[in-house]
Design a binder for this molecule. Structure first.
Ligand SMILES: [Zn+2]
Length: 211
């Protein structure tokens, strides 16, 4: 297995027990499967474990951008409960920009961990007032709202936005926080699984953001 199991919600080492995977802090869990280094060779296993659950990526990637991390929260034979992908690249205004995208069922907690927020799900801010940004997924527009990180550790280093589509949360975590302005251009997101032959040309490399 090229992907290692972890807890979706914390960094504690997990173990496989007769009743399933266990985290010492969160009990029986559906594991988060991640490669030690993001590379094309592990994508096939990742996409297989995702099943019908999408792994979203800004597409096309801007020139020079690379994928730095990916993972999914899944059990054998089932569609992933959550998936995540990080990428980074340079922008004129912000220098190095890091983006993490998480698509997940409510209650998983992976998005909250990547975003560094205190609550498992985005909460009441989503859907309240005018949206801060929009992204396009499969031709449909998805509104996004800012999620406050003001009560979290290191809250000045990132912007968090979230929206809801088809019963799943979509989280976007952007560093530095000013990079959220890049979303004025309404990015298009694609499912890695839908890229077909283009997948071979997807660039990997660089350090993933901390979470
Ligand atoms: Zn845990």
């Amino acid at each position: 297995m090229s992907l290692a199991a972890g807890c979706p919600r914390c960094t504690s080492p997990v173990s496989e027990q007769p009743d399933g995977w266990r985290c010492p802090d969160h009990g029986v869990i559906t594991p988060l499967w991640r490669p030690s280094v993001a590379r094309y060779e592990d994508l096939a296993v990742h996409l297989q474990q995702c099943g019908h659950a999408p792994t979203l990526v800004p597409w096309p990637l801007a020139p020079g951008w690379t994928i730095t991390d990916f993972g999914c929260v899944s059990a054998p034979g089932q569609d992933a409960r959550a998936s995540m992908l990080s990428c980074h690249g340079m922008s004129d205004a912000d220098g190095l920009v890091e983006l993490t995208l998480v698509s997940e069922e409510p209650g998983v907690g992976l998005g909250a961990r990547c975003a560094g927020t205190d609550h498992t799900d985005p909460g009441a801010e989503v859907g309240h007032g005018p949206p801060q940004a929009r992204v396009r997924i499969a031709g449909a527009t998805l509104p996004l709202w800012a999620v406050s990180t003001s009560e979290s550790h290191g809250h000045f280093d990132r912007s968090v936005l979230a929206g809801e589509a088809h019963g799943r949360w979509l989280w976007l975590v952007l560093r530095p926080p000013s990079a959220a302005l890049l979303l004025r251009d309404e990015w298009s997101l694609a499912d890695l699984a839908d890229l077909g032959p283009e997948l071979v040309d997807v660039p990997f490399g660089g350090s993933p953001p901390p979470w």
